[in-house]
Design a protein around this ligand. Structure first.
Ligand code: GLU
Length: 440
């Protein structure tokens, strides 16, 4: 055999080894999560062994999910469930349906869930799930089959005392209802506490649907009040990237608080209106057409331009890796409040900090969702329900306490809010490990 017998790879050389693909978005997210952990470990003086434990998930399960399409074809998609840490309680975290999701992304998201739960003081470890499908291309019945089969495959891992899924990108109340039903059918009785973010008819909590967005509003208003010369919300200009479950309601709640939401974007496009958008009308338009694109009472804008608008607050509420070394120098907002998980890369973080931009990090700003998930699980396990007002008070309390702890540590030790949030979250998990010791 000679070299000429080898196939030509995409980069034009003859080799039996194909070119290595560029890192996926998920691999970049995992590298970012590990970088943040390494920084926190250094700050806390953790030993290498403990750092290694925290840098790797406790359990990961990858499953093949065969799906029968409506036309009779069989397709196989990959799913994952990762439990990153279990030292403070059962694993907790959403399930994502997105075509680009992979094991690395789910691992990064699980790791962020661990720090998030520890930071806001709820008794969970972190987990995440993902199925590599685009829900927009599936019928409702196909989606139900994917959900039930995926859940069946990860069944040994989940349970109200073990690992409690919830909604994330591409999943919703209906997905959670199917999960609850599949798990309950296997158990032989109803187990509402196996998932959170359920419809209220099945034991879902009042206030859960809008909880992440409410938390984003609380964090943004707290940041406005404590930075930039204690700004009041009135007239504050806001741009929101991502007009899905989190972004659309965050825009609404911020507008309700008196802010001027001037621009929003989604996968279909972006719109801008400097005097302020009518967020309720825009939500109705997006609900009807599937996108903010084409909304009449605003001008069209490119999705990239939205990140660089001259606004007071930018709310990235889409996916990971959106604010990067490329566009961070052009971000003009003074405050970035992360509704999404991992929207800012570590390189972008450095640039933003250098430019005096305050970033309220994901594990703090978007913690409202898992906080009300926790409240839902507590209600389920007590077979009792709280009023919307009671849920809102508890959510506000936990969010505001976490924000204050982060802001105080950041001021005291000259850290960014992200560094302070990670120091607290990672520190609490490390403390739990130390107290429990190693078995055997
Ligand atoms: N998927 C949400 C998050 O990233 C919520 C998770 C949960 O409620 O368990 O925080």
């Amino acid at each position: 055999m000679t070299v000429t017998d080898f196939p030509t790879t995409a980069s034009g050389v003859r080799s039996p080894i194909p070119d290595l693909p560029a890192p996926s978005a998920g691999e970049r997210a995992l590298a970012a999560a590990r970088f943040q952990l390494a920084e926190a470990s250094r700050f806390l003086g953790l030993d290498d062994g403990l750092h290694d434990m925290l840098a790797t998930p406790r359990r990961s399960l990858t499953v093949s999910v065969p799906v029968r399409r409506e036309d009779g074809r069989l397709e196989v998609v990959q799913g994952h469930r990762v439990q990153h840490n279990l030292s403070r309680g059962p694993a907790k975290g959403g399930i994502r349906f997105h075509p680009a999701t992979d094991l690395a992304e789910v691992t990064a998201l699980a790791m962020w869930m661990t720090w998030k739960c520890a930071l806001v003081g709820i008794p969970y470890g972190g987990a995440k799930g993902g199925v590599a499908v685009d829900p927009a291309t599936l019928t409702t019945r196909e989606l139900e089959r994917v959900t039930r089969r995926y859940v069946n495959e990860i069944l040994p891992l989940i349970g109200p005392e073990k690992d409690i899924p919830a909604p994330d990108v591409g999943t919703d109340e209906q997905t959670m209802a199917w999960i609850m039903d599949t798990y309950s059918a296997n158990a032989g009785y109803s187990v509402p506490g196996v998932v959170t973010g359920k419809p209220t008819a099945l034991g879902g909590s009042l206030g859960r649907a809008g909880a992440t967005s409410r938390g984003v509003q609380i964090a943004a208003l707290q940041a406005l009040a404590s930075t930039e010369g204690a700004r009041s919300p009135e007239g504050t200009a806001i741009a929101v990237q991502g007009f899905g479950k989190v972004g659309a309601l965050a825009a609404q709640y911020l507008a309700d608080a008196g802010c001027r939401v001037v621009a929003v974007s989604d996968a279909g496009g972006a719109v801008v209106r400097p005097s302020g958008l009518d967020v309720a009308a825009l939500r109705a338009h997006a609900a009807g057409t599937g996108s903010v694109h084409g909304y009449r009472d605003a001008d069209p804008l490119s999705r990239d331009e939205l990140l660089e608008l001259d606004v007071d607050v930018l709310v990235p509420a889409a996916l990971e890796g959106m604010i990067t070394a490329d566009n961070a120098p052009r971000v003009r907002a003074r405050l970035v409040v992360e509704g999404a998980n991992g929207p800012t890369t570590p390189e972008a973080d450095l640039i933003l900090a250098g430019n005096g931009v305050t970033v309220v990090p994901d594990i703090l700003a978007n913690a409202g969702g898992v906080i009300v998930s926790y409240l839902e699980w507590v209600q389920n396990t007590q077979a009792y329900s709280w009023s919307a007002g009671e849920v809102e008070v508890k959510l506000r309390d936990l969010m505001e306490n976490a924000y204050r702890a982060v802001a105080d540590l950041a001021a005291e030790r000259d850290l960014t809010l992200r560094q302070a949030a990670h120091a607290i979250g990672v520190g609490r998990v490390a403390e739990a490990h130390r107290m429990r010791g190693l078995y055997p």
